[in-house]
Structures are given as structure tokens and as C-alpha cells.
Ligand binder design. Structure first.
Ligand SMILES: NC(=O)c1ccc[n+]([C@@H]2O[C@H](COP(=O)([O-])OP(=O)(O)OC[C@H]3O[C@@H](n4cnc5c(N)ncnc54)[C@H](OP(=O)(O)O)[C@@H]3O)[C@@H](O)[C@H]2O)c1
Length: 317
């Protein structure tokens, strides 16, 4: 597809070179942003953080929340209708079916949501000249040699990882300005309680024994910190791929111990195992994690370490 200049209804000429405009050019109203998937872990905190200074609309899919609009992004017409009516300047896409095991079991469904559904959003955003902010993962790598930088070559080993990488490639070919945020092992206070830390706290409080892999290495990322960093990147008008993750490289067992210590729960209930022992369907990138030198050099917000993130989480829960 040939990339050209577009006119959007507000009369601003937009092309790859001059868009996005830094926030201060919008006066007191901030950017007009649309978040697809504002009911999820990352989407919800993005919604809350961006609301301070920007005009934000958010969508949910199966978890209704006050103020959010229902949208199934696999429904092409409805996606185009919403984006066409709002004409946002930025479309943030944390929406996904991120369950790695479910993706391996139902690859067609995984692609329907994570590739085709997101594709409808990309098309609609392109039609109104909106910038795309897409959330990706270190699962685009094989885990042979992490932590990874933005320039390392992806080689996904799971259905979920291949779907996310397929979207990354599509975005990189698009005419719209784009920002891909790669993140990993995201935790924090979460309404739906799905993330690793929320699940671990719940099970330890119930006195359950929890098996945790000691051979999956990553860089845990505190969700509110991730969202503050993304806000800064968007306001600075950054484009391209950015790793946004915590600075601490550790295995999942060490992370679980840090959770138990911070929340004063029984560490002896946490049993270290190998990933193979868990018998999961989807292969995991064992030596994963993300290097954050690039983002650290360009923003003011510090990236939160594991104990800092967990302590803040405990304070606000
Ligand atoms: N969490 C992590 O550790 C992690 C790590 C790396 C990358 N990521 C990426 O970050 C993004 C956000 O992750 P998350 O942890 O915030 O996931 P999440 O909590 O599961 O949120 C997913 C969001 O997508 C929405 N959604 C699901 N199916 C949809 C559909 N068909 N149409 C429209 N919206 C739909 C959900 O809506 P409802 O809840 O209302 O159904 C929810 O708002 C994902 O793209 C994921 O791949 C996450």
C-alpha cells in the first residue's frame, strides 16, 4: 500500500512525518485517545493514567465497567463505526486474548482475536490517520538468549508469540505512525485478578501449595509504572519499538519469593519446579526478559524494580 497524506474531519493534514504532535500543541485538552481493551490489566491503568490530561474513550469486551463502551474487535463494521465516529488521534491497543495456553489449544480463535481483530483496529485507525500504540511481548523471542533488546531478531515458539509477531510485522508495514511497546510479566492491582502476582497472593492466602518454574527468567513489570512510561512516550511523540519492563532480571521462583516476602505470606508453600514438570502445552521462552536501555535513555519516569513495584501494590490494595 502506498502511504500518502490524509485529511481528517477536523481539517488537520496528517502524514507520517508531522504526526503525532506533542501534547503541548493541543492546549489544555490533551490528545484524543481511544483505548481498545480498557477493562484489562494494562488497559485499565492506561485509561486511569491518560484521563489525567487527555480526552480518553475506552472499550471493554466481556467485563463491563462504568464509562467504557462495549466492543468486540473481531466485528469489523463495529470497529470502523466507533473509530470513524470518534476520530481519535491515538489508538492504544492493549486488547488481546493473552492466555498463552488457550492460544495453543485454540490457534484459530487466538488468530481471530489477536491478529484479525487487531487488524480491524489497525485498518480503522489508518483511515482516520490515528497513531497506533500496540502492546507486544517478549514471547516474540525464543528464549534462547534473553534478555532481549529492540533490535534482536524475533523467533516466536508458541501460537501466542507468532500471533503477536504477525501483528508487529503488519504494523511496521503500515502507513500510520506507530509505537510498539514490548513488555513482559506484568503485575499490579487488577480488578479481574488474573495476573501471576494476584493469583499467587490469593492461593497463598488459601494455604495452597503453588508450583512455580525456576527456569523461566524474565524482567517483571509493574503495570502502573508501565502505563506512566507509555504516557510519557506517547506525549513525547515517540515512534518505533520500545521495550518497557522492570530492571530486575530474575526467575519466576525468585519473583514468587519476593511476592511472599512483601505480602508477608508463607514462602514454604512455594515449590520450585522446572517448566517441563508443569506439563504446559505452549512452549515458553525460558531465557526471556527485555533490556530497557533505549527507553531509559529517552524518558524521565524511572522503571520500577520488583520490590518497589510490589511495595506500591501492597500499599494501594
Ligand atoms: N500481562 C502480561 O504479563 C503481558 C506481558 C506481555 C505483553 N502483554 C500484552 O499486553 C496486552 C494487555 O495485556 P493484559 O495483561 O492487560 O491483558 P488482559 O488483562 O487480559 O486484557 C485484555 C483486554 O482485551 C479485551 N478483549 C479481549 N477480547 C477482545 C475482543 N474480542 N475485542 C475487544 N477487546 C477484547 C479484554 O476485555 P474484557 O476484559 O472486557 O473481556 C481486556 O480489556 C496484551 O496485548 C498482551 O499480549 C501482556
Amino acid at each position: 500500500m502506498k502511504c500518502g497524506t490524509r485529511v481528517i474531519p477536523r481539517g488537520r493534514y496528517i502524514n507520517r512525518v508531522i504526526f503525532p504532535v506533542p501534547r503541548q500543541r493541543y492546549g489544555g485538552f490533551g490528545m484524543k485517545a481511544l483505548i481498545i481493551g480498557a477493562s484489562g490489566q494494562i488497559g485499565h491503568c492506561l485509561y486511569e493514567i491518560l484521563k489525567g490530561g487527555h480526552q480518553v474513550t475506552g472499550t471493554f469486551f466481556s467485563y463491563p465497567q462504568a464509562g467504557l463502551i462495549k466492543l468486540d474487535m473481531t466485528e469489523r463494521e463495529k470497529v470502523h463505526k466507533l473509530v470513524g465516529a470518534l476520530v481519535p488521534e491515538v489508538v492504544l491497543i492493549p486488547a488481546a486474548m493473552p492466555n498463552v495456553e488457550a492460544c495453543e489449544e485454540k490457534p484459530e480463535f487466538c488468530y481471530q482475536v489477536n491478529v484479525d481483530g487487531v487488524g480491524h483496529v489497525l485498518d480503522a485507525a489508518a483511515q482516520v490517520g490515528a497513531k497506533i500504540v500496540y502492546f507486544s511481548t517478549d514471547y516474540v523471542f525464543d528464549g534462547a538468549a534473553g534478555p532481549y533488546s529492540e533490535t534482536d531478531r524475533p523467533n516466536p515458539i508458541s501460537v501466542y508469540g507468532r500471533a503477536k509477531y504477525a501483528v508487529e510485522q503488519r504494523i511496521q508495514r503500515s502507513c500510520s505512525p506507530w509505537l510498539i511497546i514490548r513488555t513482559t510479566v506484568v503485575y499490579g492491582p487488577e480488578q479481574q485478578g488474573k495476573n501471576f502476582v494476584m493469583g499467587l497472593i490469593r492461593r497463598l492466602k488459601q494455604g495452597a501449595v503453588v508450583k512455580v518454574p525456576r527456569d523461566q527468567v524474565g524482567t517483571p513489570t509493574y503495570a502502573p509504572n508501565l502505563c506512566r512510561v507509555v504516557k510519557e512516550l506517547v506525549e513525547l511523540g515517540k515512534e518505533g519499538i520500545y521495550n518497557v519492563a522492570g530492571p530486575d532480571l530474575m526467575n519466576r521462583y525468585q519473583f514468587a519469593l519476593a511476592v511472599a516476602e512483601t505480602f508477608e505470606l508463607d514462602k514454604s508453600l512455594i515449590v520450585p519446579v522446572s517448566t517441563a514438570e508443569l506439563g504446559q502445552k505452549a512452549p515458553r521462552p525460558l531465557n526471556g526478559g527485555l533490556k530497557i536501555n533505549k527507553v531509559q535513555a529517552q524518558i524521565k519516569t524511572p522503571l520500577a524494580g520488583v520490590y518497589e513495584g510490589l511495595r506500591e501494590m501492597k500499599r494501594i490494595m
